[in-house]
Design a protein. Sequence first.
Length: 481
Amino acid sequence: MRYVDQDLLSIQEARVLIEKSTDAQNSLNYYSQKHIDVVLEKIVNEMKKCYSDWIILNHEATQIGKINDEVELAKELFQFFDMYQDDTYIGSCIDEDTKQVMKQGVPAGGIIAMIPPVNTVLNVMYAIFCAVKTGNTITLIPHQRNVKNIGVIVNKLNEIAQDNGFPSSAILYMQNVSEEGIQELVTYSSNRIILNIGCTSYMNDICMKNKISYYASVGQSPVFIEQTANITETVKQIVESRSYNNGILPSAEQFVVVEECIVNKVKEELKNNGAYFMTSDEEKKLMDYIQPENNFNEIGYMGKSPEDLANSAGFKVPKDTKVLVSSQKYIYDENEYVNEIFAPVLIVYEEPNWLTSCQKCIELLESNRRGHTLAIHSNDAFVIKEFISKKPVGRIVVNAPASFASLGIHSEITKSFFVGGGTTGFGTIIKNIIPEDFVYYREVGYGTTPTETKTVTSNENQKDIDELSEALLKFLNKLNK
């Protein structure tokens, strides 16, 4: 029996991927936006045909999230595609008056995308859309559990692209995933952009020298409920947002900070909307399951329903439970509930007033640097303004479900499925990531006629000096009188 070194196999595959993507990018650099859009339309049409099958296939393999929720969210994603479909990013931008080229849109030079185990199909489709739209190759690095499922998507879409005139290796994925192989791919690839979608361990361990690094993630969002808020509607939105796809949407609320004068009403509404308040013993059991011996149970718990979470942890909850709730008083390092949780779990904090609530939100955001979005429910314009001005986040959601609004669904925030996490300390981009972020613009400057300057003669200079001297003498004479 022959022993195969998986790390060596991964490194060898990385070198092949580097060669293929480099050749493909060299070809794509000469494609026009018109040609690219023809190919992209075929790819999107194929996505619309197959997305539900891909989601079902992925769910069968991972048991993460809810099939129906992810299918509905895919429909929103296709609306994003329709919005960006006609935009021009590649080629010359012409001034309408002078008819001169003012700037040239250029592909950034290829993308390496690190795909997490959550929202896999949606992440893959949006990443490929952004890459193809901007004339970039893309190499996907799946989570080890999702390699086969991502392979099905990539192989199909790369075939469609190739049949319509794209290079044969414009869309690739790594099949033998290891840290050593990823390091080889990132270090030596000519691809210029590293798109990391919530794979924080790679941000810490993988050297990304000379690369543009984008980081997008689910994040752990605090939401503040101020006393003037419509409590019934607010709680309904929070539960809907946190329970959607079993708590794995970007920016979904995790921490609920409430003023003490309304805390009883908020808790009552949470129960009315399907929240189950855990006992201290149940809280410990849940954390023992999610985070055994201070080491997160990686993806074993992610995107599970409240009932499945409780059963796995060793306690029972009603079948109609939408979220599990833990009431906490303090933030400290030993409290596991301050960590990012990829599941329908809410943590409630009670504060005396909006000022201490403001500070609590900041502490939650800075406790382990995983939050990039904050939500507030209030009808007090002054309090809202104060929250907007002081929080270290890239997005503030006001009186809306944080997960949907942060993606630009029914809000004025830029529409995107990648919520930039630059405020977490990872990556270089804070805003929502859109196709334009994968190109750069070569600016063009035309010479202009120098501005004519007036030549001042020595006689004119002397005249000015004489007039100034005369005025100064008059002023001094007045002072002496």
